[in-house]
Ligand binder design. Sequence first.
Ligand code: UGA
Length: 429
Amino acid sequence: MLVKKIAVIGAGYVGITTAACFANMGHSVTLTDIDQTKLDQLTKGMCPIVEEGLLDLLFVGVESNRLFFTSSNKEAVSDADFIFLCLPTPQGKDGTADTSFIRSVSKEIGPFLRADATVVTKSTVPVGSAAVIEETLGRSDVSVVSNPEFLREGSAIYDFLHPDRIVIGSKSVHASKRVCDLYEPLAARTIITDPSSAETIKYAANAYLATKISFINAVAAVCEGVGADVLDVIEGMGSDSRIGKEFLNPGPGWGGSCFPKDTKALVKIAEIAGYDFALLRGVVEVNQQQHQRIVEKVLSFRPQLTGVFRVCALGLTFKAGTDDRRDSPAISIIQSLMVKGIEVHAYDPTVSILDNADDLSGIVLHGSSLDAAKNSDVVLLLTEWPEFTALDPALIGSKMRTRSVVDARNILDATQWRSAGFVHIGVGR
Ligand code: UGA
């Protein structure tokens, strides 16, 4: 394999993972970011995010002199064969993705690129961005390729090294081939297409996954109404090989840094293209309703008499295996409960009791599930951390005022909790 020089711009989840994995594959990688604190952490051998296996991979990369960090984009790109843009594309005011970081970095690096360099977008960018980047770079001797990522937080390293497919979109056959060669050791299926199709694939994939979850959450609501068990329904419908069981777990609704912004962005992209994506608008609405449905389950335990009603919330991140709370359904549900005057005591394995981030304001943080459960009226399980399945309901119950549990992830053994005297409510059961 030919060792390539790669610059990765943006040390977020995608950028750090991309840099660590390419270095692990033997390439020489320089990771840049404007946030000096992140770079200092990385230089000291720390990782700014919780991601399984990432710390080890970073260590190996640095020790083997294949992974470098700098705050200078100019320094990173000037001798790079490939420049991967792993920059944020937050939701803009009108729902469209805000591409200002992509545009300003393209403008900045344009003059410093080597002739024949390839600029690759990994960020989820609006359809048509490859053309915008090309124009902003102002370099006819540099090619632009769209190579969307499909990494799940929590298993990003595994996903990078074992992809279901690699999507490469470019106007240049030569550039597509070069990016394709970069991934050759992974022996994955490669889909080569034009930039707009590559960009659309990313949005369509995330929108479809979000649709599956909203669909099953809606079916769960029907199950509750008709007295069916959604887990049996999933077993039955998912056994059809055309449907499958994956991504059909009902829960508190989907969240995270991608689905909420990407679904809204696709609705907007469609609108601009002259199509009303009513189906996807429905998917987003069902998700918002799902938060409220969980809130109502908790409220069903609220005593008629007024007085302090205390909820023990287990889990704050948007899913297990990550420390990410961006657009976490757990936070949105807890905030709705607090607005109703409910006291929320919470525990999450990734959140320190000293954390004073804005999204945690008003929540009383604890260092263990047992501490959070003390004197509470309801346990509300919001994130599927494996340690919660090992909880002893009798012990938890002995600390509580009344024994009620809302399992928004359907991971607790209902029979066991009921035997310990709990009134147990799941989702769709
Ligand atoms: C998602 C996609 O899965 C990745 O393929 C994509 O690369 C990434 O977005 C991105 O665009 O960068 P991620 O945000 O890490 O990855 O999260 P997921 O594992 O997809 O979960 C999203 C949400 O759906 C979470 O809130 C999760 O709890 C929820 N979910 C997932 C369910 O409620 N039920 C399920 O069956 C699966």
